[in-house]
Design a protein around this ligand. Structure first.
Ligand code: AKG
Length: 216
């Protein structure tokens, strides 16, 4: 399906609904479910250990480590299905992604909290390519409450800081992501916006999300 461009002050997303046809998406979901060494990680917040509400895996080239929420991810080698997707995304975008975070939401109780993917390990000039497989879920986006701005960088024209809208086009919004959708989050989105995947308690189906990144 045709590409859609979604723009707000400081945000630029390229969305390909059904980038993968349903049969290919189903084949990949099955392959990744079987070949990825899924783990349920735990993080410690204020001295208490919490299991993440999803399964994850970090695949990357040697040396492309990544740390978030205090977790230093163990690097797994590229699985055949993930390597084939990386190749297809390189042909589409021109970027050689050297790392991949896989998230497996077992049902609608699994989720992801607000974050920006603005960690210093990530190449700020590179996009993040996000592929969704399985059950549809909403990606929620909002302006960063406190942007980590490099010194001297001024806000994009029309950007309103903090939450709540003043009518300037920075209202939080939902982007439904369906089976086979591809989303390219382009710079400077990670500097100015956060995203989250809220719970959907009635949903019983599984969803996988793959975010291809450039570390370094
Ligand atoms: O599951 C999604 O669509 C979001 C994943 C995400 O935010 C991330 O991997 O950083």
């Amino acid at each position: 399906m045709a590409e859609r461009l979604i723009e707000r002050p400081g945000l630029r997303l390229r969305h390909w609904p059904a980038w993968l046809p349903p049969a290919r998406a189903a084949e990949l979901l099955g392959a990744l479910r079987d070949e990825v060494p899924w783990k349920q990680e735990a993080i410690t917040l204020y001295g208490r250990r919490h299991l993440l509400p999803r399964l994850t895996c970090w695949m990357a080239d040697p040396g492309c480590g990544y740390r978030y929420s205090g977790l230093a991810n163990v690097i797994e080698p590229w699985s055949p299905a993930a390597a084939a997707l990386r190749q297809a995304l390189q042909e589409l975008t021109g970027w050689r992604f050297n790392s991949l975070l896989l998230n497996r939401y077992r049902d609608g109780r699994d989720a992801m909290g607000w974050h920006a993917d603005d960690e210093p390990e990530l190449d700020g000039a590179a996009p993040i390519a996000s592929l969704s497989l399985g059950a549809p879920r909403d990606l929620r986006l909002r302006p960063q409450p406190s942007p980590r701005r490099p010194s001297g960088l001024t806000s994009p024209v029309g950007y309103s800081m903090g939450l709540g809208s003043d009518g300037s086009g920075c209202t939080p919004f939902n982007l439904p992501l369906r089976n086979g959708d591809l989303l390219l989050m382009e710079p400077p989105t990670q500097l100015w916006w956060q995203h989250a995947l809220p719970r959907r308690l009635r949903l019983q189906q599984e969803r996988l999300n793959l975010t291809f990144r450039v570390v370094g």
